[in-house]
Design a protein around this ligand. Structure first.
Ligand SMILES: [Zn+2]
Length: 390
């Protein structure tokens, strides 16, 4: 019923928005460069429109979206989201018409109905599906144009050429490099990503120009040393023993007591048995049914608590930890061939806390895990079976 209702509502909403698009009103969010007037129509915001024109003209002068973002940030011009400009907000996504250089509204054209959200048949997740061009609704809004059509066409041509030349990765492609995004910049905390064939560097410095950390970390060095460090210091039998000891003692002091859990189950069962006996002996009062329901629920809750307590006993947890340890070691051993698995293993071990720092000219990576992190992990809520991928 709910599904049918939502489908119907979605169709109605969609029809309504298409009607509004055709009538010239805004469908969807308000793009950068415009304000909504008192009667709900869009109008040009002159200050932002000037920024849009600047972006198009710098792009046509030969600057890359990355450089344009850095220059805007340098001039302290706030981005559409009132923060700093990112390369992606400039370049955008031509297919979806998002991003300054890709949105035809700046040439006075609105394209509505480019895509729809459909349920993926396997996962049930809602995914975006592009509609065929014939279903697009294109409306002309000359009063909203901030650049002329010639400028727009020239920018689209240059973007097409750039896209082909640079092989710009599409959205959602999984990282192909071992440490992309797992290392953090020691200057700004932003992710370090692969910037060229050989190096990792701060993505904030690269895309936004608001971080001035010039550090280039050679991929081969970073990957070899980090993996060697993990193998020699973390994935050793001795390290595992230390982990096991710490985990066992932390569990001992923080795991729910099995005795208490067993006693709770016994108590709850006794109460339930008493109610049952009373019923068999014919003692039925107006509250008997409620008492029975409550006793049943208490017995069930106690059973759940007992199972939970059993899962947290060292004898249950430690073999699973051992298994996880092995899985991580195996994934890392194969790091060259199976990058996603190795990345997952590194994230599991280190989180995203390896900060790359350039102190006194010496480049090094610091794994910012506090010394009591292990105990915290074991004692805290983080030590659910899921922590070990189980
Ligand atoms: Zn940085």
């Amino acid at each position: 019923m709910g599904e049918l209702y939502l489908d119907d509502l979605r169709d109605k909403t969609h029809r309504g928005l298409t009607g509004r698009a055709l009538a010239g009103a805004s469908a969807g969010g308000l793009p950068y460069g415009y304000v909504v007037t008192s009667v709900g129509q869009r109008a040009i915001d002159e200050a932002q429109a000037a920024v849009v024109r600047r972006i198009f003209s710098e792009f046509l002068e030969g600057h890359s979206p990355r450089t344009i973002a850095a220059r805007l940030n340098h001039d302290r011009i706030p981005s559409p989201r009132e923060s700093t400009w990112a390369m992606t907000a400039i370049r955008g996504d031509v297919r979806r018409g998002l991003g300054i250089l890709a949105n035809p509204i700046y040439a006075g054209q609105q394209i509505w109905n480019r895509s729809r959200w459909v349920k993926h048949p396997d996962s049930g997740r809602r995914v975006r599906q592009e509609r065929p061009q014939g279903e697009w609704v294109i409306t002309e809004h000359p009063e909203l144009a901030v650049i002329d059509l010639g400028t727009w066409n020239a920018a689209q041509a240059r973007m097409g050429a750039l896209g082909k030349a640079s092989g710009v990765p599409g959205p959602g492609r999984p990282p192909r490099h071992l440490l992309s995004g797992l290392l953090r910049c020691g200057g700004c905390g932003g992710p370090m990503v692969v910037v060229d064939k050989y190096n990792y560097a701060c993505s904030t410095a690269k895309d936004r120009g608001t971080c001035d950390n010039p550090v280039r970390l050679r991929r081969s060095v970073a990957e070899e040393r980090l993996l060697a460090g993990i193998r020699e210091e973390i994935l050793t039998e001795e390290a595992f023993r230390r982990f096991e000891l710490a985990a066992a003692s932390a569990l001992k002091s923080s795991a729910p007591s099995l005795d208490v859990a067993h006693r709770r189950v016994a108590d709850a069962q006794r109460v339930r048995d008493n109610v049952m006996r009373a019923i068999r002996e014919g003692i039925i009062t107006p509250s008997t049914k409620a008492e029975l329901v409550a006793a049943e629920r208490a017995a069930q809750d106690a059973e759940v608590a007992l199972r939970h307590a059993q899962q947290f006993q060292p004898s249950q947890v430690l073999p699973r930890a051992r298994e996880a340890w092995r899985r991580i070691a195996t994934s890392l051993a194969d790091s060259a061939r199976d990058v996603p698995a190795a990345r997952a293993a590194i994230r599991e071990l280190l989180g995203q806390n390896a900060r790359v720092i350039n102190k006194n000219g010496d480049l090094f990576a610091e794994i910012a895990v506090p010394s009591d992190a292990l105990t915290n992990m074991v004692a805290g809520a983080g030590f659910e079976p899921a922590t070990f991928g189980l």
